[in-house]
Ligand binder design. Sequence first.
Ligand SMILES: Cc1cc2nc3c(=O)[nH]c(=O)nc-3n(C[C@H](O)[C@H](O)[C@H](O)COP(=O)(O)OP(=O)(O)OC[C@H]3O[C@@H](n4cnc5c(N)ncnc54)[C@H](O)[C@@H]3O)c2cc1C
Length: 473
Amino acid sequence: MNKQQNIIIIGAGLCGSLLALRLGQRGYLVTVYEKRPDLRKVNLDAGRSINLAFSNRGIKAMKLVGIDKKVEALCIPMHGRMLHDIQGNTMLAPYSGKDNEYINSISRSQLNALLLDEAEKHSNVTLYFNKTCKSVNFENTTAQFEDYNSKHLFVEDADVIFATDGAGSVLRKNYFLRKKFLFSFSQQYLTHGYKELSILPDDKGNFKTFKNALHIWGRESFMLIALPNLDGSFTVTLFLSFNEGTYNFNNLTSEDRVTEFFSIYFKDALELMPNVTKDFFKNPTSPLGTVKCSPWHYRGNTLLMGDAAHAIVPFYGQGMNASFEDVVEFDKVLETHPNPNSKSDWETIFKTYESTRKQDTDAIADLAIDNFHEMKDHVNHAIFREKRQIELALEKEFPRDYASKYRLVTFKEEIGYREAMLRGRAQDKAILKLISDKEITSSDDLNVILEKIKKETNAILEDDRIAALNQVI
Ligand SMILES: Cc1cc2nc3c(=O)[nH]c(=O)nc-3n(C[C@H](O)[C@H](O)[C@H](O)COP(=O)(O)OP(=O)(O)OC[C@H]3O[C@@H](n4cnc5c(N)ncnc54)[C@H](O)[C@@H]3O)c2cc1C
């Protein structure tokens, strides 16, 4: 057995630190290089999504490495979406018809710190901070780094290099720029960007609004969301176009205009955020995009993982969960090839992993774009609310027989994103058609509704099969 293979991981974010922990548990010699300072020693929250929606696929990964109980202590359950209309009325729309199915709000830095602590417990895992990867020579399996403080440049080699360096991955850039093989790459920005704001705790340190929900103020072409933090605050994110509409990021340039915008569209939120203009001008506005590429690996030398391979927009709350699931799926392949000790062994592993995983990460990328429209707009339409009401009733009555698209993606971690997408989209079409044709209403007998939805969904799936729309690639 040759477990003493040297592995370099570039990037100690959420995916890289989990990967380091898992490969450390498997006995590899792992060295991690992270460009930023150690977040356990320096506060790095400013400007990045401070908290994240964490759900079953992420939990599955924490179970794999045996730290799910420790992670649970960092979580705030969110049982549904708290929808705020423009008049300030609220409605809690549960995420599932089953009480034990909910998502969680978790602090990015606390989770990352826990993963680093756990990885570092393994003597075969070494973490270096303030070391920026400048380039990767994927043919020689070497990487060049720069030390942030001394500006010293140095080159490290390894048997295998994993790049978990996020959406701006250096390895991915090198694949693209060096043109040594057929590397496909696409990056698509949304017209919308995001800015983080906050609802601070009240004088006693309590939450100012309902804690156990993901709050959404959907306003058709833009929206505001808020997720709770353990300290009684909420991290609020405004998703808004850069240059379209009456109010956009490019023209919200004065405190008066920001206050005017919030008082027209988010009056109840504004009452909770006296600090809004301060946050607005202090925090950056960032773009949102989808990155797809292939192949993720170069022979048996290098592999992209997490956002480096597939950055997605955040509207399904799945980017981190998918990146964690990457590690689970990679680990499954490693389990069937437990002792890789040659380039050709690693190449087989990388190919096998990518051949099954890519279709799922492509699917969640597309679903995340769909959900952008659903969250900001559809949730306010009567037909979508009726559909949701029917689906929740079905999930409650027939938890084994019915799962909405959201439930398939978020709570059915045993199936892949692609299967969830195909089944979920067909069901959505079926229900909307049945409601608009007045073939079902929320007051009908649930058994009858279920049968009609199943029949219509199967017919749509069959049509898609004939048109080759749901071929597994
Ligand atoms: C606004 C917003 C909200 C989101 N909300 C959610 C959510 O609710 N739920 C969810 O599941 N996902 C969410 N995501 C997605 C999630 O943040 C990412 O999918 C996740 O962080 C990916 O992890 P990663 O480790 O692959 O990349 P990252 O977290 O980006 O980590 C990459 C690491 O690599 C380091 N690095 C970068 N370049 C170099 C270099 N050259 N050399 C060395 N190190 C380097 C970085 O410093 C960083 O530590 C959200 C994203 C955004 C933008």
